[in-house]
Design a protein around this ligand. Structure first.
Ligand SMILES: Nc1ncnc2c1ncn2[C@@H]1O[C@H](COP(=O)(O)OP(=O)(O)OP(=O)(O)O)[C@@H](O)[C@H]1O
Ligand SMILES: [Mg+2]
Length: 240
């Protein structure tokens, strides 16, 4: 079954169009990448799927339901989770309070909240000793892990990550890769990963869409990211 279907999606900031008819779909349980240079519209695409930016044309479907005109709040409640570029954790709140913010969307009352919180802590053991610390004093890598854990507290079906490896040291990138690979089976998660780091994207995804100037211009199968000629053909560069 298809988790996400995006058809002829267009969006603008004021009168400046940024998405010029984006088409792609993501099957249930798939991990897909979106690769593109700075300014090509990757964040704009995620924000339009989330409902933070209105679509000016086209259609977004989540498990067959047309969500194009639904509010961001409704879409989140339908199971779209998001970790924004730059992480955006709450620096003055403790790690535990940050995680609890992620529980707010859960249905099922306190018991469901406790269960989701505990499950997430098991998946992110590194956060356990940090629960009482302010989010703002964590390292960049720890903040990224916190942001990821916070979004998972809401039990998303579809998780969208915007450049999670940006500015993160290699050991934490490895850790994030391991965690996400594990979640694929344990949570039957579907993942849309926006990245510019080829190694990171290659370690996780089944296939990658290339975005250029607000359009999807190609798709690279799993394994193709290691083939620099294939990558060069699509994006015009060969390394991460
Ligand atoms: N709030 C905004 N108002 C006006 N223009 C914007 C706004 N946000 C982004 N843009 C423009 O839209 C285009 C696409 O931006 P977007 O942030 O989607 O790119 P991106 O692919 O995510 O880039 P990066 O890799 O640098 O994060 C750029 O030309 C950018 O300048
Ligand atoms: Mg961006």
């Amino acid at each position: 079954m298809t988790m996400l279907e995006v058809k002829n999606l267009r969006a603008s900031y004021g009168r400046i169009p940024v998405l010029h008819g984006v088409d792609f779909s993501v099957e249930h349980g798939a991990f897909i990448g979106i690769l593109g240079h700075n300014g090509m519209g990757k964040t704009t695409l995620l924000k339009t799927i989330l409902g933070q930016l209105p679509a000016s044309d086209g259609e977004i479907r989540l498990e067959g339901r047309n969500i194009t005109r639904d509010s961001a709040h409704v879409r989140a409640n339908l199971g779209i989770g998001y970790v924004p570029q730059g992480r955006e954790i709450f620096p003055r709140l403790s790690v535990e309070e940050n995680l609890r913010m992620g529980l707010l969307r859960l249905k099922g009352g306190e018991a469901a909240g406790r269960q989701a919180f505990e499950r997430t802590l098991e998946e992110f053991p590194r956060l356990k000793p940090l629960l009482g610390r302010s989010g703002g004093v964590l390292s960049g890598g720890e903040q990224q892990i916190l942001a990821l854990a916070r979004s998972l507290c809401g039990n998303p079906k579809l998780l969208m990550l915007d450049e999670p490896a940006e500015g993160i040291q290699p050991s934490i990138v490895e850790e994030i890769i391991e965690i996400l690979s594990g979640l694929r089976d344990s949570r039957s998660l579907t993942l849309v990963l926006v990245e510019q780091k080829l190694d990171f994207i290659a370690a996780l995804v089944d296939s990658t869409f290339v975005i250029q100037r607000g359009r999807i211009t190609g798709s690279i199968p799993a394994g193709g990211l290691a083939d620099t000629d294939v990558v060069r053909e699509f994006v015009g560069f060969g390394q991460s």
